[in-house]
Design a protein around this ligand. Structure first.
Ligand SMILES: Cc1cc2nc3c(=O)[nH]c(=O)nc-3n(C[C@H](O)[C@H](O)[C@H](O)COP(=O)(O)OP(=O)(O)OC[C@H]3O[C@@H](n4cnc5c(N)ncnc54)[C@H](O)[C@@H]3O)c2cc1C
Length: 370
């Protein structure tokens, strides 16, 4: 065996880096393996909520992170198809990142702490029984624990025979902001059966995208093209790029060995209402690292992610209800012109998880009756 590490992390996205940076800060040097070479592209709309921002600040230990963000927006608008329902101003402005820049900065932060990373490593083989990895060049790496942070289509899912039908499919295109401009975070409903379309400002560009529960029969490209045409935007042959994301199904990783941990998208950790995945990626990565410092990592980790799993399960129940035609109709009529309602939900359920999804309506009634 050429090298041995206590922890090997597969994937150097936010979840992998969340774990790797936290380990380094606690005196454990993992080995990170990524199939890509950084900076690399990642299909994502790049919206960073307040709770995610706090985790980013932690990773960078109070260093100036302003350069990571490509835009800051203080307005959220909701639309029913192309008709504006409401324009709201949440308490805090929302930040946006370009993922190639953001993810590369995380990798650089890890490197600055002395972390080891193997990039462009695609053809490695994992021997789970022997706890070693044979790299494409023939070298082997032994490990005690392996953390999968390799995204929504994690290779760990093969061990559990999980397919894509429980995920969402997202598709997006970036167009220059002189072709279409918005300075607000715009969400469009009623184009997709169980999902939504977004238009997010990114400075020089805007990100236009759509995501919904994966349906093999849906042509996501046609849906987004129809929307873009409604918006009056000519995307000038720019490519629409798709990717999968978790959407309410938490991967049953307790069925895997005690030395295998799944974090971020690989573990099914993303919000099933908004599709926000950066927060849970960074958070589960850091929680896995802290668990790996204990004498029972897997049990400790599963216990620590319980509140996130509850958020996902509750959100999944709400998601099923929210996208029924009756509830959608009621939602559109209730929210029209009600910026206070949008601000309340954005402040308390998007920016922060101040209460669970199933408590949302009772909390709002309480807020209105104050
Ligand atoms: C269209 C779309 C829009 C989105 N918009 C937002 C948003 O606005 N805000 C938000 O918070 N979330 C958003 N998300 C979700 C967010 O992108 C993910 O939740 C987040 O990237 C998860 O981070 P991760 O580290 O778990 O996985 P990833 O970011 O996918 O990172 C996985 C890493 O693993 C590597 N990898 C993959 N397979 C292998 C392999 N076999 N071996 C080695 N390395 C491998 C990849 O190269 C990559 O670097 C969006 C997702 C999609 C699809």
């Amino acid at each position: 065996m050429d090298k041995f590490y206590d922890v090997v992390i597969i994937g150097a996205g936010p979840a992998g880096m969340g774990c790797a940076v936290e380990l380094m800060k606690n005196g454990v040097s993992p080995c990170v393996i990524d199939k890509a070479v950084f900076p690399r592209k990642k299909t994502c709309a790049g919206l960073v909520t307040g709770k995610t921002y706090k985790l980013i600040e932690g990773i960078f230990d109070g260093r100036d992170t302003d350069g990571l963000f490509c835009f800051t927006s203080s307005r959220v608008r909701l639309f029913q198809r192309n008709r504006e329902l409401v324009s709201a101003q949440p308490t805090n402005a929302v930040r946006l990142v370009n993922r190639d820049v953001f993810d590369n900065a995380l990798v650089e932060r890890y490197r600055a702490l002395g972390g080891a990373i193997l990039e462009g490593e695609r053809n490695y083989e994992i021997d789970y029984d022997g706890r070693r990895i044979r790299l494409s060049g023939g070298d082997t790496i032994g490990y005690k624990y392996i953390v999968f942070a390799d995204g929504a289509l994690s290779r760990s899912h093969k061990l559990l025979k999980i397919d894509k039908s429980r995920m969402a499919c997202g598709i997006e295109v970036y167009v220059p902001s002189d072709v279409y401009y918005t300075d607000s975070v715009d969400l469009y409903f009623d184009y997709l059966k169980d999902g939504y379309i977004w238009v997010f400002p990114h400075g020089d560009t805007v990100c236009i995208g759509a995501a919904s529960l994966f349906d093999r029969k849906l042509n996501y490209k046609d849906i987004l093209s129809e929307f873009v045409a409604d918006l009056g935007v000519d995307i000038c042959g720019r490519k629409l790029i798709g990717a999968f994301l978790p959407y309410g199904y938490v991967i049953p990783q307790q069925k895997l060995g005690d030395n295998i941990l799944l974090v971020g998208d690989a573990g099914g950790f993303a919000d099933p209402i908004s599709g926000e995945g950066l927060y849970m990626a960074l958070e589960t990565g850091a929680q896995a690292a802290r668990a790996l410092l204990t004498d029972k990592p897997k049990q400790t980790y599963m216990k620590s992610v319980k509140p996130l799993i509850k958020t996902i399960n509750d959100g999944r129940s709400l998601q099923k209800m929210f996208y029924t035609p009756t509830v959608q109709k009621a939602f559109f009529s209730k929210v029209r012109g009600r910026s206070d309602a949008v601000e309340f939900f954005f402040d308390n359920l998007v920016e922060e998880y101040r209460f669970g999804y199933l408590k949302a309506l009772s909390m709002y009634k309480g807020y209105k009756n104050r």
